[in-house]
Design a protein around this ligand. Structure first.
Ligand code: SAM
Length: 215
């Protein structure tokens, strides 16, 4: 199958910066208490639904996969970039990491208790997002939880707005529109968090977490 251009360019871009990215984002989100709170709630909800495997989709260097593991989840990671996966495997040899794309996951239908996509849908062209949401739905078991984090915007007339991300072409999303798309795909919304950019932030973008459940 011919690989879409956006996957090739995103992979090449992250392969080139994987070492630097891992150095910059090696911590366990100690400086992001609200992100941690959402991940803790996600982990609790997955356990309350009987647990099961949890995939960190677009896991990068695996630091958040390891955090999910430390919360007691059976966590593994998938990333487009083989350089990111090599770093994740070296840093966390006790965990499973595989190269793959969330546009077509090498996972069995209904096999996951939870899925996380933290700042990884941002490189998906808007017209491809329905396919990615359908993949999330396919691989989750009924009652499974999906947590998305992404740069956001507040204009519900547009699904996505592109922005000058340092690594690869990226989009920030309308939380209302993403929630509506997930709803059409077969999820119900459980919670969302909108974080205001701190005054010293490079870009004045809100950050969103969206937690949904497969019906
Ligand atoms: C901004 S980084 C986020 C990494 C990590 N989730 C975190 O929270 O630090 C985006 C990651 O998503 C990966 N990615 C982008 N598109 C992807 C896709 N279609 N399938 C799998 N991984 C993807 C990139 O290779 C990169 O490692």
């Amino acid at each position: 199958m011919i690989e879409p251009d956006f996957l090739r360019t995103t992979r090449t871009a992250y392969d080139a910066v994987a070492g630097l990215y891992a150095e910059l984002f090696a911590n366990a989100l100690e400086d992001h208490p609200l992100d941690r709170a959402m991940l803790i709630a996600f982990a609790d909800l997955v356990r309350a639904n009987g647990g099961g495997p949890v995939a960190d989709l677009g896991c990068g260097p695996g630091h958040v996969t390891a955090l999910l593991h430390s919360f007691g989840l059976d966590a593994s990671g998938v990333d487009l970039s083989s350089e990111m996966i090599a770093i994740a495997r070296a840093a966390h040899p006790e965990l499973r990491f595989e190269v793959g794309s969330m546009t077509a996951l090498d996972l069995t239908d209904g096999s996951l208790g939870g899925a996380l996509a933290r700042y990884s849908i941002i490189h998906t062209p808007p017209e491809q997002l329905p396919q990615v949401c359908a993949e999330f739905h396919r691989v989750l078991a009924p009652g499974g939880h999906l947590l998305l984090a992404f740069q956001a915007h507040d204009d519900p007339s547009e699904l996505a707005k592109s922005f000058d991300h340092k690594v690869a072409l990226a989009y920030r999303w309308s939380p209302d529109r993403v929630a509506a798309l997930l709803n059409e795909t077969g999820f119900t919304e459980t919670a969302r968090l909108r974080q205001v950019a701190p005054p010293d932030a490079e870009r004045d973008f809100p950050q969103a977490h969206l937690l949904v459940t497969k019906v």
